[in-house]
Design a protein around this ligand. Sequence first.
Ligand code: SAM
Length: 257
Amino acid sequence: MSHRPRKRFGQHFLHDPGVIARIVAAIDPRPGDRLVEIGPGSGAITADLLRCAGRLDVVELDRDLVGPLQARFAHLGELRVHQGDALKVELCALGGMYDPLRLVGNLPYNVSTPLLFRFLDQRGCVRDMHFMLQKEVVARMAAEPGGKEYGRLSVMLQVHCTVTRLFDIGPGAFTPPPKVDSSLVRLIPFGSPPWPIDDPQRFARLVADAFSQRRKTLRNALKQRFDARMFDRAGIDPGTRAEQLAPADFVRLANSG
Ligand code: SAM
């Protein structure tokens, strides 16, 4: 299909059959799975997903791609094409608590973090997620405490999901090739949260403040907006720096305020 890739939509289309097969194998679509593909583009992985699951919802922003998707793939199964912005999509309206969704996508890198947070907010309707993202972003998502990659994104995701970096994909697998390497990542939301958060807004603020000045001790980074007595109550040394605290410690600290 001839479609000139649009930069403003972050379009880099997968063309390497070996890479496509590896991605689909990692997703492991099964008959009846409630799959939702974000940004199918010209359908590099769409056909395999639809063939395996028998049904598929896709959400694509570019109007010019929507018609061809329907025309090319509808005969393979029950394909529902939604033209629109994945940032606005109500996932729970597509599946539900009793039929949770499997989200999949080679995400546009320019909006990947807002998309992740949007999907995370709707995690009650999501079974798992497989996304291709910029390699550095995936490294930050999956990072463990102690290193420079560990930060706000790691904590905010890991309190809600297990995050597994699966494999890397070079620029040559895409047309046009992006300037960065990519990785496939799997996120599985916890069925019941291992560390329940009392006040999600307070928690998000605390994590953001802690990492906004990551070289400072927590005592200093948090003193503007948080009561120092929370350290005692949580049993956390205020002389620690944000990158040394595990996600569970952040929850304990925020819940102790
Ligand atoms: N899945 C295709 C592939 O692997 O070849 C295309 C991937 S391309 C990196 C990203 C796709 O997401 C494009 O088709 C683009 O038009 C679409 N897209 C960009 N922003 C979007 C948004 N906010 N909501 C839905 N789709 C979007």
